[in-house]
Design a protein around this ligand. Structure first.
Ligand SMILES: C[S@@+](CC[C@H](N)C(=O)[O-])C[C@H]1O[C@@H](n2cnc3c(N)ncnc32)[C@H](O)[C@@H]1O
Length: 263
């Protein structure tokens, strides 16, 4: 008698992705966000790009082994260039992220994103996790924060050169945002962001009903926050289990938002 081995299936999303959930408020696609068909399916003039792509650091959860390595995290993908396709490449003025609207990208500095995302004003922000986060477990200094970039998307180079996109006074706040990291044992994803943090960013940069796009959605925190804030979301995730997690969480958020009258 032979012992049954678990099937080692590599599930690759099909070209164009697969829509796992579509409602008035949320679209969740299991797919590869580098896929031009998926990029072309995003409604034009959306209101906010808010994303947390892999950082190219081959993160894994160390001894616990609870979370495996994140796809696209091996340093071979030029993530700023990929996100550039999502806002609309240089020379295109009709579509993608609407002019003068905002981006938030975790794990990348303003200087890495300014050219590919065509950013005017930028700011480096810090998420203080109020806890020790994941990362190099051998260092005596445990990472208690993550940096991320805010930027204003300005389509025309000439406008950027004239200084368009500088920060408005409305947004002048401290650059450190303090939100408790999702608890150990409860987090659904090795890089899960707290919903209240994402809600703060979304609330600061959009109005009700606008579309928030996250091409590297992970467990769907951006989408949950968007729905609870009365916005709409468009999420893409390449790992099937995480994409299904996005659906579960977004559907639960839609029910809650309906009860709260947020929709
Ligand atoms: C840092 S995590 C995002 C975590 C998320 N912010 C959360 O709160 O759960 C990055 C995600 O990007 C996904 N990813 C990697 N390559 C991708 C690709 N080509 N297309 C779409 N998603 C991708 C990974 O599977 C991973 O879940």
């Amino acid at each position: 008698m032979t012992t049954a081995e678990p099937l080692a299936l590599t599930l690759t999303p099909p070209p164009g992705g697969e829509i796992l959930h579509a409602s008035d408020r949320a679209t969740v696609i299991w797919g590869d966000c580098r896929d031009p068909q998926i990029i072309a399916s995003v409604p034009d003039w959306y209101g906010l790009l808010c994303t947390d792509p892999p950082y190219g650091m081959r993160y894994n959860s160390g001894r616990s082994g609870r979370f495996t390595e994140i796809p696209g995290d091996d340093g071979t993908v030029d993530w700023p260039a990929v996100l550039g396709q999502w806002v609309g490449p240089e020379g295109t003025f009709n579509g993608g992220l609407a002019p003068s609207r905002h981006v938030y990208v975790f794990g990348y500095r303003p200087d890495e994103l300014t050219a590919p995302l065509r950013l005017g004003g930028t700011a480096e922000l810090v998420w203080d996790k109020l806890d020790l986060g994941s990362g190099d477990l051998t260092s005596p200094w445990g990472p208690g924060h993550e940096s991320f970039t805010f930027g204003v998307h300005v389509k025309r180079r000439s406008d950027r050169e004239k200084g368009a996109g500088n920060l408005s006074a409305r947004l002048r706040r401290g650059s450190v945002l303090r939100y408790q990291r999702p608890g150990r044992g409860y987090a659904r994803h090795s890089n899960e962001k707290p919903v209240p943090l994402m809600a703060d960013l979304i609330e600061s940069s959009t109005v009700r009903g606008e579309l928030v796009v996250d091409p590297c959605a992970g467990s769907g925190s951006t989408g949950v926050a968007a729905v609870l804030e009365g916005r709409r979301c468009f999420l893409v995730e390449t790992k099937r289990a995480d994409a299904e997690q996005c659906v579960q969480r977004v559907v639960a958020a839609e029910r809650l938002a309906a009860q709260m009258g947020a929709l």
